[in-house]
Design a protein around this ligand. Structure first.
Ligand code: NAP
Length: 349
């Protein structure tokens, strides 16, 4: 195995919330990194990537869209590993098939197809807990053996895109091929961002604190820190024995417990976090009624998640990849500080 300084890794969607942390970690370890982005590489929104330590010497940015099959062979050529993180991440869009499912699946086929053809030894796919379940069963502890088999283009389409993309990946890369596939399946990823863009999951913390949700409902959030997700990706790339799926979740926490923690830590001060809490069966019925007036993607998510209390076993990441999880308390503290730093959340004086 050549030294890291001679190893090249392609990170797709390099400017994304998770990917930017992966890029930072790879550069810190001495790798050469190729980052694919959408749009012109000289756009100011990529400045944060260019400003990472050692980026000048070892990071190059390249334009490529997931739907453009022809773009990927030249990007994977000569790479020692490919980290495929790019995938559209929104709950609501006018055309879920066009905007979510097609790019997720075609993108996975295009990137992985090129990697297999170029005999890249290791591909790490950023999948999701969305590929594991879209309607958690109360009391169940989710593991790598669980698969989301229920999402469709009209029911949780983001979840459908992740489940279909991960299935496509495993179908492309059977166990006995030269390319080894490892998937990382994170839950709700929060934490400090490397650029100014507001990620969909950090937005849930902003929305909770800013009062965008009128009340606390009976929802569970399987949190994990973005920095730990990045470390899991890099370990999945570096460790020979890494294989299969790795659920990546530190702790599942209810919305009520999250609100309590934010209050206890003094993080809610100066914000408009709701105090009204809908409890019990009646609370769930009211929350489901509220879901009916939300946009379809959010409505679908609320309908399939309200009132469900579940757990996720993310221990394989620690046991086999050697990545410990930061406590959610610390992650929330850093997330709120970061939301305020980038101006996504304003504290009243
Ligand atoms: P993000 O910041 O929105 O990153 C998504 C990246 O994918 C962006 O760089 C985006 O580029 C790129 N992308 C989207 N559509 C594309 C297309 N057609 N062609 C090329 N690039 C495209 O979200 P993230 O949270 O970092 O998500 C990264 C990955 O983690 C995704 O696969 C997501 O499903 C997965 N994931 C996220 C979470 C979470 O809680 N955040 C949890 C589990 C899994 P633009 O910036 O140009 O849009």
């Amino acid at each position: 195995m050549p030294p890291r300084s001679e190893r090249t890794v392609l990170v797709t969607g390099a400017s994304g919330f998770i990917a930017a942390h992966v890029v930072r970690e790879l550069l810190a370890r001495g790798y050469r990194v190729r980052g694919s982005v959408r749009g012109n590489v000289s756009e100011p929104r990529f400045d944060a990537l260019r400003a990472l330590p050692d980026a000048k010497e070892r990071l190059t940015l390249h334009t490529a869209d997931l739907m453009d099959e022809a773009a990927w062979p030249r990007l994977v050529a000569g790479c020692d590993a490919v980290l495929h993180t790019a995938s559209p991440f929104v709950l609501d869009t006018p055309d879920p098939k066009r905007d979510l499912i097609d790019p997720a699946v075609a993108g996975t086929r295009n990137v992985l197809g090129a990697a297999i053809a170029a005999e890249v030894p290791r591909v790490v796919l950023t999948s999701s807990l969305a590929a594991v379940t879209d309607e958690p069963v109360t009391g169940h502890v989710y593991t790598e053996a669980d698969w989301n088999e229920r999402s469709t283009v009209t029911r949780n389409p983001y979840y459908a895109s992740k489940a279909a993309a991960e299935r496509a990946a495993w179908a492309l890369v059977p166990e006995d091929r030269g390319t080894r596939l490892v998937s990382i399946n994170p839950g709700n990823v929060i934490g400090p961002a490397i650029g100014a863009a507001l990620n969909t999951t950090n937005a849930t913390i902003r929305d909770l604190l800013s009062g965008a949700y009128p009340m606390i409902v009976n929802l569970e959030w399987p949190f994990v820190d973005v920095r730990d997700v990045a470390l899991a990706h890099v370990a999945a790339l570096e460790l020979d024995e890494a294989n299969g799926r790795y659920l990546c979740v530190a702790e599942t926490m209810s919305m009520a417990a999250t609100a309590r923690l934010l209050r206890d830590e003094g993080l809610a001060a100066g914000h408009s976090m709701p105090r009204l809490r809908l409890r019990g069966r009646v609370g769930d019925v009211l929350a489901l009624a509220y879901a009916r007036i939300r946009p379809p993607g959010l409505r679908s998510y609320l309908r399939t998640h309200i009132g469900r209390s579940f757990r996720v076993d993310g221990s394989r990441v620690t046991r086999e990849l050697g990545v410990g999880y930061r406590p959610v308390r610390e992650t929330l503290r850093d997330t709120v500080a970061d939301l305020e730093r980038w101006g996504h959340l304003r504290r009243r004086v």
